[in-house]
Design a protein around this ligand. Sequence first.
Ligand SMILES: [Zn+2]
Length: 207
Amino acid sequence: MIELQKGPEPEVLSKNAATWTSVVLEKIAKGEDPTATEKSHYRHHEIKDALKSETFKKCAYCESIFLHTGFGHVEHITPKSSKPELSFKWENLTLACEVCNINKGKKEVIDPYETNPDDHFTFEGPVIIPKPGSDLAFMSETTLKLNRSELIEYRKNRKNDLYYLVEALRKSTSEEKREAIAKIISEKISKNAEYSAMMSHHARIYI
Ligand SMILES: [Zn+2]
């Protein structure tokens, strides 16, 4: 998980959020169920595109790049079931992979826009470790299952790639080759890359 910054609110949301919210809240107040369309305006492509941009096209929680195999879920940081008034609130929306979205359910986890995850998590190999004393990190790791076996496997492979790149950088005597390897390393630890929190942690140890 990495710290994220909210981008500008998409126009479709700033123009319509108040109306969309009133329709949903009025129906709930009358004891009626809002229709599927009324509840899901947040899936608008402009909103999703803006969220892709600010999340580097990754899950806001596990940092997997999942858009090549799935559509991704527009995620309500505070669940819309408990706070329907936040259904179309820009600051309450992000992007999550299907697994994290389902695992989170109605529970509270670290909001990477409000809290820097670096202050709450560290790594041992590919395993995410909640820092001692951070109950929020512990709850987030267990709720989202940030150490599920598939993630450990993916992160282990990325970490091994990094290790061998650093080894190659050390051993190379060609300046040209060293520059090329350094460029690859910097791409692998950038925020655009999968699991960049873990990768930059290990880069600090290896280099
Ligand atoms: Zn995820």
